[in-house]
Design a protein around this ligand. Sequence first.
Ligand SMILES: Cc1cc2nc3c(=O)[nH]c(=O)nc-3n(C[C@H](O)[C@H](O)[C@H](O)COP(=O)(O)O)c2cc1C
Length: 321
Amino acid sequence: MYRLIRPLLFTLPPETAHQAVFGMLGGFGALLGAPPRERPRTLAGLRFRGPVGLAAGLDKDGELAAFWPRLGFGFIELGTVTPAPQPGNPKPRLFRLSESGALINRMGFNNGGVDALVERLQRLTDRPCPIGVNVGKQRTTSLEDAAADYATCAQRAAPVADYLVVNVSSPNTPGLRQLQDASSLREIVGRTTDSSLGKPVFVKLSPDLEAEALEEAVAVAERAGAAGFIAANTTLSRPEGLGPRSAEAGGLSGAPLHPRTCATVAAVRRATRLPLIGVGGVHSVESAQALLDAGANLIQLYTGLIYQGPSLVRTLHEALP
Ligand SMILES: Cc1cc2nc3c(=O)[nH]c(=O)nc-3n(C[C@H](O)[C@H](O)[C@H](O)COP(=O)(O)O)c2cc1C
């Protein structure tokens, strides 16, 4: 089915296609039937419905939270949300590199604010799988004051979230990645865990950190109370052979990111025994298995869903160990 729809969607600008799909699913998502049979696993004290999660950024405001589990997602991550609503960067800010199965985005945390997401989750009656809320800082908040933004979001979201994610790795909010430095990260993770009502706090890392910086970030976050890690976010690097569109500014996701994600997952695994979610470039059973082999306990995806369609989720849900 998706093979028929995809060429039509790909004639639209990426964000328009995104909105069209959200409109359709909002209207007809209920027709998709029940979630597939559970393949449960426990991690960080949570019972996951299966090994495949929805990565942050696809449903930032939780508009389709009721619908994703029906595709076979065993957990979903909403956000990134910030304390107040913000528009993000000017459009166009999302680009397809179709020949490479990749995207470049510089969305910049466009979102409706944490309170709107919380209200939506309060109204959600059916919650078949864990829901994570990924939080970030307001664009206008200085790096010195950033920890307060994370704590505010965590405090508001914790009552309706199963886990929280500290996003210090988006390349599209100026300076954000500097928050992975030891002193900032210590304060952010400490204050977020203090505000999380005991819900596990994951830290989402960049695939562009040097080995030493990555190792230090993991150690600092673990000591400050992190329950686990997500590796990784999009990359500012540009592997060879991506074509002219690769000159767009922003974070690269999808198939070309996969080798770098595998290396990041392996490096995080060497640095800690805490739960680890692998994300980046999953587009097949083999690419998902490679992240598990590198040391991830669960995987997430975003760009693979755009290129392969929703059937990829069920395929992975059934096939992964
Ligand atoms: C358009 C777009 C928006 C994203 N927004 C967020 C976000 O708000 N927060 C976040 O932590 N990651 C965000 N990501 C990163 C994804 O969660 C994921 O880490 C990355 O895309 C690699 O996975 P993939 O190759 O399966 O897409 C975004 C990715 C894309 C393509």
